[in-house]
Design a protein around this ligand. Structure first.
Ligand code: ZN
Length: 112
C-alpha cells in the first residue's frame, strides 16, 4: 500500500476502518500454544509405538530477560486460547497500521 498517494481524508477514513476491525480487546492473549505428546512409560501401552498420549496444550509466554513461562491449558480451553492468541496478533497488526497512518499525518502536518 502506497500511503503517500492517499489523501489525508482517505487516510483518516482507512484509520476508522482499521479501528472497527479490532478484535474485542478483552479477548486477547499473548504467547503461543504448544502441543505436546508424552509416552506414559507403562509397559505394553500402545502409546510407545506413536508419539505418546496427547495432544496436551501449553501456553508459552516470553518475558524480556526471562525464560519463557509455560502454563498447562486444558483441552476444553485450547480452542478459545487459540482464538485469543490470533486476536492478539490481529490487534498488533492493526495497531501497527494505525500508527503508520498517524505517523504519515503527523509528517504531513495534517490534523490527526
Ligand atoms: Zn501410554
Amino acid at each position: 500500500m502506497n500511503m503517500q498517494r492517499e489523501s489525508a481524508a482517505a487516510l483518516r477514513k482507512r484509520r476508522n476502518t482499521l479501528v472497527r476491525r479490532l478484535p474485542p480487546l478483552r479477548s486477547i492473549l499473548r504467547g503461543s500454544l504448544i502441543e505436546r505428546y508424552k509416552p506414559c512409560g507403562k509397559p505394553g501401552c500402545k502409546c510407545a509405538e506413536g508419539p505418546g498420549h496427547g495432544p496436551k496444550y501449553y501456553l508459552s509466554i516470553s518475558y524480556p530477560g526471562q525464560r519463557p513461562k509455560m502454563d498447562y491449558v486444558p483441552q476444553e480451553a485450547a480452542g478459545q486460547a487459540a482464538e485469543f492468541l490470533a486476536n492478539y496478533q490481529r490487534t498488533r497488526e492493526l495497531l501497527e497500521q494505525i500508527c503508520e497512518i498517524n505517523r504519515e499525518l503527523l509528517h504531513r502536518r495534517e490534523m490527526l
